[in-house]
Design a protein around this ligand. Structure first.
Ligand SMILES: Nc1ncnc2c1ncn2[C@@H]1O[C@H](COP(=O)(O)OP(=O)(O)OP(=O)(O)O)[C@@H](O)[C@H]1O
Ligand SMILES: [Mg+2]
Length: 313
């Protein structure tokens, strides 16, 4: 996975990606937080693929998706005879990820007893499969993630403090999509391109009305929700341009009025953004030509593009 697959220009988001690229090489544990759908697994993969472990497996296990009584087996494996029906050794995910990276998603849902076992693994690289009294060793980088508030997890005793300190060597927090709204058009554009190709449809863009609603919406399910909404819209679209109606009820209940009364500065910025975007489009996104057409300095245009978060879509 390269920088190009990860979409987003928001400075706070870019900083997370740049930090990830730096820590990728360091082989330390990583702790990723961020609401559901903000890209935690994508970031974990990015770290893996930019590390020296990239040729080895990347495995993600969701602690909340596996019943507590099966999780130990799933992670640490068992030896033959550990249970009545354990007729063979089972390696578990740690062994399967040998040399690579294991992402432990929803770490706060891991039973405390297993958190102790995980801590030991982080400290000594050793663990005991169920029913075994022999230590096994594995060389696996752990990336833990949660969509919960870490402070609450610690406060509620769902995450052991000693494990937290061990995992917290590098902590990365992915911003919610509503806190990086300027990335909505560029994400939408990329998803449209991908979905249109997949469904073999000709889609040229999104109507202005629909785009405005998309940018004003809070997206509680973040990028995943946006991705799904675009996919449905592409499937439903009957015209080359996606219409507000193609989004069905997604924006119902969310106020469409939010944009009507706003500080004058925001209204002016909104106009500038729209006008400059049109000028850029008309000039094939060539900044030199666009600056000339607008009769402004190229450096000033560049600054406006940045401050107004103008993105090509
Ligand atoms: N910046 C981005 N650029 C491109 N695609 C993205 C980006 N962020 C997220 N996605 C896509 O959004 C979807 C959700 O991302 P991901 O599964 O990584 O989120 P998550 O934080 O792990 O979600 P959850 O908490 O629900 O497990 C994926 O299909 C992913 O490819
Ligand atoms: Mg995930």
């Amino acid at each position: 996975m390269s920088y190009n697959t990860i979409i987003g220009e928001n400075p706070q988001f870019r900083l997370v990606i740049e930090t990830a690229a730096k820590v990728a090489a360091l082989d330390t544990p990583v702790l990723i937080t961020g609401e559901s759908g903000t890209g935690k697994e994508m970031l974990a993969r990015f770290i893996h693929e930019n590390s020296s472990r990239s040729a080895k497996p990347f495995i993600a296990v969701n602690m909340s998706a596996i019943p507590d009584n099966l999780l130990e087996n799933e992670l640490f494996g068992h030896v033959r005879g550990a249970y009545t029906d354990a007729s063979d050794d089972y390696g578990g995910k740690i062994a399967a990820a040998e040399g690579g990276t294991l992402m432990l998603d929803e770490i706060g849902d891991m039973p405390l007893m297993l958190q102790t076992k995980l801590l030991r693994f982080l400290q000594f690289k050793t663990y005991e499969p169920i029913g075994s009294n022999e230590m096994k060793t594995a060389d696996v980088r752990i990336i833990a993630a949660t969509n919960k508030n870490l402070f609450n997890l610690l406060n509620d005793g769902l995450l052991r403090e000693d494990l937290y300190y061990r995992l917290n060597v590098v902590q990365m927090k992915l911003p919610a999509l509503r806190d990086r709204r300027s990335d909505i058009p560029v994400l939408a554009g990329a998803f449209i391109g991908r979905c249109a190709a997949h469904y073999d449809k000709v889609i040229t863009g999104i109507s202005e009305e629909a785009m405005q609603r998309m940018c004003a919406f809070d997206w509680p399910g973040n990028v995943r929700q946006l991705e799904n909404a675009i996919e449905r819209a592409v499937v439903l679209a009957e015209q080359p341009e996606i219409q507000l109606s193609d989004f069905e009820q997604i924006f119902d209940g969310a106020s469409a009025e939010t944009e009507i009364i706003m500080p004058l500065k925001d209204a002016i910025d909104g106009f500038k953004k729209e006008y400059i975007t049109k000028a850029l489009q008309a000039n094939g996104w060539n900044q030199g030509r666009t600056a000339k057409a607008l009769d402004i300095e190229r450096t000033y245009l560049n600054r406006l593009i940045k401050t107004l978060h103008i993105t090509k879509y």
